[in-house]
Design a binder for this molecule. Structure first.
Ligand code: NAD
Length: 288
């Protein structure tokens, strides 16, 4: 396929590189002038999108996405898949999808989980929103860049799935860290606590797969000085998006709101830009 790729940052660059490796012809654009081996460099976003079978965007936020879509939609080839893999607010995802569909394009919002490691290894999970036809057109590219793609329904539903998932993640990570901090004060050994909780009803991905206590459970950023991993700033971004969506949709999310407040405070004081699991040392130091 001929592919345009816009936004060649930490995630976009390795995703574009994997498309090249799979034999696709990729033209890329990034405002920062980034180049990726094997990717033809375009001078504008519109140039990258012109005449392509698929156009992928991997951008920082909804405002930038809307600006980029104003440039690339008029350049799109009728029937091209316009796949946005950025994490953005649901309203922006639906607005750009409507704009693209009105121009005869096939929009898909397809945020990812798996982080920079998953982008490099081609093992991302895509959560997709859009028509059956658009999803089918994007599917071969999801197979190159990832290991799983779930079609979540109409446009915006990919973003909805992503922020609901990450709201659960933020809340369970805080609860897991609180439980360790409490266990410490109660004289309960962290390993014993892990052994019980990881096989009892308190288990979760935060405890079992990404344990925030160093030296306990599987390898995680806690074992590496809380170097991200998944930075607390990115968790805060996603929690803010879920709160924005909750307000917009009139949903009650009191724990999500509290998690957003806690990460806001943490990010403000955390000079080392640590992983989102560093809530544990923060609480242990009594700072939380
Ligand atoms: P990044 O900041 O490394 O990359 C974004 C890129 O977009 C930058 O290179 C920037 O120069 C470029 N850009 C900004 N405005 C542009 C414009 N108008 N036209 C063209 N390029 C422009 O960010 P990232 O870590 O690659 O994340 C990208 C998206 O993926 C975000 O929405 C993020 O929330 C999401 N995401 C990131 C991770 C992660 O672990 N990093 C995981 C899942 C999802």
């Amino acid at each position: 396929m001929k592919i345009g790729f816009i936004g060649l940052g930490n995630m976009g660059a390795p995703m574009a590189a994997n498309l090249v490796k799979a034999g696709h012809e990729v033209t890329g654009f990034d405002v920062a002038g980034v180049t990726v081996e094997g990717v033809v460099k375009a001078m504008t976003a519109a140039e990258a999108a012109t005449g392509k079978d698929a156009v992928i965007t991997m951008l920082p936020n909804g405002e930038i996405l809307r600006r980029v879509y104003d440039e690339i939609v008029p350049a799109g080839l009728a029937g091209a898949a316009f796949i946005d893999c950025s994490t953005v607010d649901v309203d922006s995802a639906r607005a750009v999808a409507e704009q693209a569909a009105a121009a005869g394009l096939l929009p898909v919002d397809a945020p990812v989980s798996g982080g920079v490691g998953g982008a490099a290894a081609g093992t991302l999970t895509f959560m997709a929103g859009g028509s059956e036809e658009a999803f089918a057109k994007a599917q071969p590219l999801f197979e190159v860049m990832g290991q799983k793609a779930v079609h979540c329904g109409a446009s915006g539903n990919g973003q909805a799935a992503k922020i609901c998932n990450n709201m659960i993640l933020g809340v369970t990570m805080i609860a897991t860290c609180e439980a360790f901090a409490l266990a410490d004060k109660l004289g309960l050994d962290r390993q014993a606590m892990f052994d019980v909780v990881s096989t009892s009803s308190g288990y979760s991905w935060s405890m079992n797969a990404y344990c925030p206590a160093p030296g306990i459970g599987p390898q995680s950023p806690a074992d590496n000085g809380y170097k991200p991993g998944f930075a607390a700033t990115l968790m805060l971004k996603d929690l803010r998006l879920s709160q924005q969506a909750a307000v917009s949709a009139g949903a009650q999310t009191p724990m999500g709101a509290r998690a957003a407040e806690i990460y806001e405070r943490f990010v403000e004081i955390d000079e080392d830009a640590r992983d989102f699991s560093a809530i544990l040392p923060w609480l242990s130091e009594g700072a939380g």
